[in-house]
Design a protein around this ligand. Structure first.
Ligand code: ADP
Ligand code: MG
Length: 360
């Protein structure tokens, strides 16, 4: 039997279906304050900010999580964003047999021709695998697919031991000219759950820029937030960082104020289950295949790129707060904030400057 893992103060939140992108949390870890619609489905609603530009909001359920869009100045934009979400969901969902990722995983070591977006996300993900020395590893799929944090399935130690040799990002190669991705190890499996929402948020940002008349927008993919343009009426975009002691509620530990860019949080409380008194969570240690033993309950990354923010939110979680601060400080214009198991917090050197963080 494994040693009992550290228990977060609020274990086991029920989530009703298997993660689409394995890791797109059902509990939002960061909240765009005053920036999200609660409307569901394709409906949209208008609101008038101080400068008179119209806001159109809608939300959709994709990647097993709530995606909300609030767009100023273009009524048609939210529907375009929702359509793009569906398209990326269909490409990156490792549990859908005809997705690019499922086809790569089933290719038995042969090159798989994929969409250029898949080539791009895998290529970008590999830079974070390399930079983190494998703390972040998109071939975590060999073990992550053994776990099911929704129905509470814990693989046996033997199953984990058998899968672990197939975790290793160096097995992945990308041919941009041919638009192929290859797993040299036929038993390896890609899982983009730690980076997909961030990557998609960046693509949605580009869509707003190139294909809409949007003046400003807030996009939240399960709490993975990106801000587009200047906030209508002036001031900063404000993001509440969820209090891990109140995971289902709306309490925050404080508010980050930014003029743009992305705010992404990874939290222990997002996908967990408890079995025989042991709590298991969805961020895994690629060295053990087990939920990572860490001093961190949640970490929040602020930087321009949502891809980077998402990859780093997972990386720094695995690294722990001390090493995590060093990693964050190694990136330009990037800041990180940690809430620790013991209730204390830690922050990287640019955190306060970049967020003017206001404790609740
Ligand atoms: P969330 O998307 O729930 O906010 P993360 O961005 O931290 O959380 O992503 C967690 C997901 O990433 C897991 O569900 C799994 O799919 C995948 N994953 C887990 N551990 C790792 C790891 N060490 N490296 C890369 N991906 C991971
Ligand atoms: Mg992540």
């Amino acid at each position: 039997m494994p040693s009992p893992l550290l228990s977060p103060r609020n274990p086991s939140l029920a989530v009703n279906r298997r993660s689409v992108l394995a890791g797109l949390g059902a509990v939002l870890a960061a909240i765009a304050l005053g920036g999200c619609s609660t409307a569901r489905g394709a409906g949209s609603q208008g609101a008038s900010p101080q400068d008179g530009s119209q806001a159109y909001s809608s939300s959709t359920f994709a990647f097993d999580t709530y995606c909300t869009f609030k767009v100023y100045g273009d009524e048609k934009a939210p529907a375009k964003l929702a359509a793009a979400c569906s398209r990326y969901d269909a490409l990156f969902d490792l549990y859908k047999d005809d997705s690019d990722i499922a086809r790569i995983n089933a290719a038995g070591g042969a090159p798989t021709t994929v969409d250029s977006a898949t080539v791009d996300i895998v290529k970008q993900a590999l830079t974070f695998c390399s930079a983190s020395d494998g703390l972040f590893d998109i071939t975590i799929g060999a073990v992550s697919t053994l776990w099911n944090f929704d129905d509470g399935t814990r693989p046996t130690d033997e199953e984990i031991a058998a899968a672990l040799p197939h975790v290793g990002w160096r097995t992945v190669s990308v041919d941009e000219g041919a638009n192929t991705v290859t797993l040299a190890d036929p038993e390896a499996k890609l899982d983009l759950g730690a980076i997909a929402k961030g990557y998609i948020a960046d693509r949605l940002y580009n869509l707003l820029q190139n294909e809409t008349d949007a003046q400003a927008a807030v996009i939240s993919l399960g709490g993975n937030i990106i801000y587009f343009g200047e906030k209508p009426g002036g001031g900063t975009w404000n993001t509440g960082i969820r209090n891990p002691n109140d995971p289902g509620g709306s309490k925050t530990v404080g508010t980050a104020h930014v003029h743009g860019g992305s705010v992404v949080t990874s939290g222990l409380y997002e996908r967990t289950f408890t079995q025989d008194g042991v709590t298991y969570w969805h961020i895994l240690d690629p060295r053990t295949g087990m939920p990572v033993q860490t001093d961190v309950v949640s970490d929040t990354i602020v930087c321009a790129s949502s891809t980077q923010a998402d990859a780093l939110s997972t990386t720094l979680f695995v690294a722990g707060s001390e090493h995590g601060v060093q990693i964050a400080d190694g990136y330009d214009d990037t800041a990180a904030y940690f809430i620790k198991q013991d209730g204390s917090t830690a922050e990287s050197s640019r955190w306060q400057d970049m967020t003017n963080f206001e404790t609740a």
